[in-house]
Design a protein around this ligand. Structure first.
Ligand code: AP5
Ligand code: MG
Length: 214
């Protein structure tokens, strides 16, 4: 299973990715998570990426591409992988196709999560993430058992620095301008299917699994 999950900020890509990778036993490759890890480790890449991410704009392709190339060529991708947050524009999609060509593989499916833009801001601003393991919660739709603490390790839950309302609005605009053209790009390849992301988390998962089983 070589998969891409597409959708605007707050659509539920990360939430659904956790369930998909468990079902297919493939690695979850989230460029956002990898970049945030670089920021917390204080690497040169992290220092360069931080300004873009805090503003809600895309990190330059040159920084992201080498990171993905290295990650998909590791041994643990033999059974496949799930790319979340990459590609982010047509130029990244063209580079990914070229890289997969070199490796002699194709994408099997592209999952497109569709959510009304009005819902996205409230989802992102009510998101909380574990400061240790990165597990995602939502104070409205998916609260932790104990307020402010992770269900898995009890660590503090924090708000992502790009989840301020004004930054989320920028991210949604960037998605509309630069990422949404990928819907037609992958429709033309015949790999994309839509999922109604406004349903409950479990209903969305059910529709994704049905789409992947087809
Ligand atoms: P990234 O980390 O990829 O963020 P994003 O695309 O903006 O998406 P999010 O992670 O915000 O949302 P999600 O769809 O994963 O939703 P989630 O499941 O958490 O990128 C961040 C930044 O990194 C970018 O702005 C850019 O700067 C940079 N970057 C990353 N990749 C890049 C690339 N390839 N090129 C250049 N730059 C790049 O859910 C959100 C909330 O909603 C949670 O609280 C969740 O519990 C809740 N929720 C989920 N599903 C439901 C549901 N069905 N009903 C109700 N609530 C739900
Ligand atoms: Mg995410």
């Amino acid at each position: 299973m070589k998969l891409v999950i597409l959708g605007p900020p707050g659509a539920g890509k990360g939430t659904q990715s956790k369930k998909i990778v468990e079902r297919y036993n493939i690695p979850h490759i989230s460029t956002g998570d990898i970049l945030r890890e670089h920021i917390s480790l204080g690497t040169d890449l992290g220092k360069e990426a931080k300004g873009y991410m805090d503003q809600g704009t895309l990190v330059p392709d040159s920084l992201v591409l080498s990171l993905v190339q290295e990650r998909i060529s590791r041994d643990d991708t033999k059974n496949g992988f799930l790319l979340d947050g990459f590609p982010r524009n047509v130029s990244q999609a063209v580079s990914l196709d070229a890289e997969l060509d070199k490796l002699g593989i194709n994408l099997d499916k592209v999952i497109n999560i569709v959510v009304d833009p009005k819902e996205l801001i409230s989802r992102a601003t009510s998101r909380r993430v574990c400061s240790e393991c990165g597990a995602t919660y939502n104070v409205v739709a998916k609260p932790p058992k104990v307020e402010g603490k992770c269900d898995f390790d009890g660590a503090d839950l924090i708000t992502r620095s790009d989840d301020k309302e004004e930054t989320v609005s920028v991210r949604i605009q960037v998605y509309t301008d630069q990422t949404s053209p990928l819907i037609d790009y992958y429709k033309a390849q015949g790999t994309l299917f839509d999922v109604d992301g406004s349903q409950s988390i479990d209903e969305v998962t059910k529709d994704i699994f049905e789409g992947l089983d087809k």
